[in-house]
Write a new protein. Structure first.
Length: 233
C-alpha cells in the first residue's frame, strides 16, 4: 500500500458521504461511456444501455467491489455495529444491560476455568531454557519380534559428555515403574548432574550432586518430586 492508497482510505473514513457520491458518479460515467460506444457501433440507445449494464454487471455489486478495494470494509462494518448497539441500548437499556452483563459473566467464567486448567494441565516444567532440551536415544532396527531400542551404556554417556561439542552438557535418565516398599511407584534413575543441567533447585534439602554418582558415595540418594519430575522435551 502506497501513500496515495493510504490517503484515499483516510478520505473515505473522514468524508464517507462525499466518497460514496463520487463513486456513484464514476460508475454512472463509465456506464454512459460504454453506452455511447455501443450507440456509435450502430445499436439503439435502449440496446446500447442494456449492453453496457450487462458489461458492468449489477451496479450495487460493482459499488461493493469498489468499497472492498478501499480496504476499509471492516472499519465501516464496525462503525455501523457500534452505532446500532448504541441505538439499541438507548431504546431498551435494561435489556441491553442484561445481555452485556450475561456475556461478561460468561467470558469471565470461561477465562477463570481456562486459567485453572492451564495451571494444572498445561503447566510447563520450571526449567531453564526448555526449548534447548533434547532427548537423545540410541535406536537400532532389527528383525521382527525384537526390541528396536538399544539404550546407552555408561561408557556411551561419558563419551557424549567428554567428546562432543554439540551439547553444553548432558544427563542420563531411565524410567522405572515398580514396587517400592510394597507399593507401586513411578520414578526414574538419573545421573547426579540432572538438576544442575535443568537449572532446578530443591525446595527442601538438597538436589542430587555429581558426587552421588561415585561408587564410593556414602549411601544412595533419593529426591522426591511432588508433581512429576522434569522431563526434557
Amino acid at each position: 500500500m502506497n501513500l496515495r492508497d493510504l490517503l484515499l482510505r483516510i478520505r473515505a473514513l473522514v468524508a464517507p458521504r462525499r466518497v460514496e457520491r463520487e463513486l456513484d458518479e464514476e460508475l454512472a460515467f463509465h456506464i454512459e461511456r460504454e453506452t455511447q460506444k455501443h450507440i456509435a457501433a450502430g445499436l439503439s440507445p435502449i440496446q446500447a444501455r442494456a449492453r453496457a449494464r450487462t458489461r458492468f454487471g449489477p451496479v450495487p455489486l460493482a459499488a461493493d467491489q469498489c468499497r472492498d478495494a478501499r480496504g476499509i470494509g471492516f472499519l465501516e462494518d464496525l462503525t455501523r455495529d457500534i452505532f446500532y448497539a448504541l441505538r439499541t441500548f438507548r431504546r431498551a437499556p435494561l435489556s441491553a444491560l442484561t445481555i452485556v452483563t450475561t456475556v461478561a459473566l460468561g467470558l469471565g467464567l470461561v477465562a477463570a476455568v481456562f486459567t485453572v486448567y492451564s495451571v494444572f494441565m498445561l503447566r510447563t516444567d520450571a526449567v531453564q531454557n526448555p526449548s534447548e532440551l533434547f532427548a537423545v536415544q540410541m535406536v537400532q532396527r532389527t528383525g521382527p519380534g525384537t526390541d528396536p531400542y538399544v539404550f546407552f551404556t555408561r561408557a556411551d554417556y561419558d563419551a557424549i559428555r567428554r567428546e562432543t561439542s554439540v551439547f553444553s552438557d548432558a544427563f542420563a535418565i531411565q524410567d522405572y515403574a515398580g514396587p517400592i516398599e510394597g507399593r507401586l511407584a513411578r520414578s526414574a534413575f538419573v545421573s547426579g548432574n540432572f538438576f544442575q543441567v535443568l537449572g532446578v533447585q530443591a525446595a527442601l534439602g538438597r538436589p542430587l550432586l555429581a558426587e552421588d554418582d561415585e561408587r564410593s558415595a556414602a549411601r544412595p540418594v533419593v529426591v522426591a518430586v511432588s508433581s512429576g519430575y522434569p522431563r526434557p522435551r
